[in-house]
Design a protein around this ligand. Structure first.
Ligand code: NDP
Length: 473
């Protein structure tokens, strides 16, 4: 029996079987977590279905008040949640540029409180002697949320809060790598919500698949890999579930020759290495014009050489990679780049200590075809690719099957914006990257996903339209 319980219909629920949760900084078991069965999932979905009529009948203001109380409760427990998050995810409490566990907790508060300001007003399309036509937004129903291990609590809040505000009930399934912070937070806020409005089930192997095929779940919101996103889409077809899929990308940045390298390098480094590179919207392929290529590589390598990687107890800039699967992937891509003849300016091999530690790695003179350029590493390793012709750089930036974000760097904003507009991605930045915020829609094009999150655009994804036509005369 685990010390951590699931939350089903407002009750703490254990399971006969459990699975280990590993601390990535020392590869030791932190604790066990309940292994949900299909019966647990069915109970959680039934509770969500039963709770739906009363929750959706509440006014937006009533639900808003609860959402704001959730923020207050998380804020009151920030320190404890950050410690737990750090132990299971690996990120330092503060970390490089203050982007560690406390940043994730702060992000939770910012997103919840901004989302709570939103409304779903009735739109009037026509109002004349013939008819009045109104567009109403109704909750989509029972939502299944499947979240990853890079920002376990923040991404859960991205899924759960707009769902609750819109009047949906939610069954959440955190990643099997990082279930603890989400379980802890769910129990902390449990008394604020009627039973069944939010349940959390934990497991691995088939719970996510069970959710995406479940006939009584109306929508799945998933953040994770493109391959799993595709499987969700297939199995969601049974009852034609609504889907929001945020599937990561392989974001390119194009640095034009008039860029001030000294100013840009720090930002480029921070947005590539945010959360140890384990960020869907991180800068992952850096295309730099030949005129400033050496200068940029040297500047990035200088920053990389000055940062520390280690366990949270050492207050480092960066922690371990979150899990063995991802660690092996990063090691493999580094080896492939070496075999392709790339030059490693820093890092390039795991640290010789327990834990999944891979130092911040800057790679130059790397061929475009190298797997490190073509595949998303999702770790602390950045390929820097030289270009001569801007059109060629743009073509290479767009020549991938994914399109989450992209950026252009230049001292000429007009020129940069014109080029950024031609990037095939859901968010294009000028002189920045990876900056997301609660009021700006965020989502991918091509195989980076379906739909958007955040702000009003994200909120309406938890609704169906009902058009109301009232005949007159
Ligand atoms: P996945 O993206 O494969 O997602 C795993 C989660 O999906 C688990 O909760 C699992 O639950 C669930 N799942 C698996 N199969 C299905 C299915 N058929 N239907 C519904 N849910 C399913 O995560 P990984 O951790 O394996 O990461 C793989 C890659 O994803 C990483 O290397 C990285 O590149 C990328 N990634 C992207 C992120 C992003 O922010 N966009 C975040 C994290 C990773 P269960 O086992 O119970 O079914």
């Amino acid at each position: 029996m685990s010390e951590f319980n699931m939350l089903i219909n407002g009750e703490a629920v254990g399971a006969d079987a459990s699975f280990d949760v590993i601390n990535p900084a020392n590869e030791q078991v932190i604790t066990q977590c309940p292994m949900a069965t299909e019966a647990h999932l069915n109970q959680a979905v039934a509770a969500a279905r039963a709770a739906l009529p009363a929750w959706s009948a509440k006014s937006m203001d009533e639900r808003r008040a609860v959402v704001l109380q959730i923020a207050d409760r998380i804020e009151a427990n920030m320190g404890e949640l950050a410690q737990l998050l750090s132990s299971e995810q690996g990120k330092p409490i503060e970390g490089f540029a203050g982007l560690g566990a406390m940043f994730e907790l702060g992000g939770c508060l910012a997103w919840i409180r901004y989302t709570a300001t939103l409304d779903l007003p009735v739109e009037v399309i026509q109002d004349n002697d013939d008819a009045r036509i109104e567009v109403h937004r109704k909750p989509v129903g029972v939502v299944g949320s499947i979240t990853p291990w890079n920002y376990p609590l923040l991404i859960t809040m991205w899924h759960v809060i707009p769902g609750l505000l819109a009047g949906c009930t939610v069954v959440a399934k955190p990643s099997e790598y990082t279930p603890l912070t989400v379980l802890k937070a769910a129990h902390l806020i449990n008394d604020l919500l009627p039973p069944g409005v939010l349940s959390v089930v934990t497991g691995k192997g088939d719970i996510g698949a069970g959710m995406s095929a479940h006939e009584d779940i109306d929508k799945i919101v998933f953040t994770g890999s493109t391959s799993t996103g595709k499987r969700i889409m297939e199995s969601a077809s049974g009852n034609l579930k609504r889907l929001t899929l945020e599937l990561g990308g392989n974001d390119a940045a194009i640095v034009l020759p008039d860029t001030n390298v000294a100013e840009a390098a720090g930002k480029i480094f921070a947005t590539a290495m945010i959360n140890n590179g384990q960020t869907c919207a991180a800068l992952k392929r850096l295309y730099v014009h030949e005129d400033i290529y050496d200068e940029m590589c040297d500047a990035l390598a200088g920053i990389a050489a000055s940062v520390t990687t280690g366990p949270a107890s050492e207050s480092p800039d960066f922690g371990p990679i979150q899990n063995k699967m991802q660690f092996d992937k990063v090691c493999d891509l580094a080896e492939a780049a070496k075999a392709d003849g790339a030059t490693f300016m820093t890092g390039g091999a795991p640290l010789e200590r327990d834990g999944y530690f891979f130092p911040v790695t800057i790679v130059r003179d790397i061929p475009e075809e190298s797997r490190l350029v073509q595949e998303e590493p999702f770790g602390p390793i950045l390929p820097v690719v030289k270009f001569t012709d801007v059109e060629d750089a743009l073509a290479r930036a767009n020549a991938v099957s994914v399109g989450l974000g992209g950026s252009v760097w230049s001292s000429n904003i007009e020129q940069a914006q014109a080029l950024a507009a031609r990037l095939e991605c859901g968010t294009a930045w000028v002189n920045n990257h990876a900056m997301i915020q609660p009021d700006a829609p965020f989502g991918g094009v091509k195989q980076s996903g379906l739909g958007v999150e955040f702000g009003r655009y994200g909120l309406v994804e938890y609704t169906n339209i009902q058009t109301m036509q009232i005949a007159k005369g």
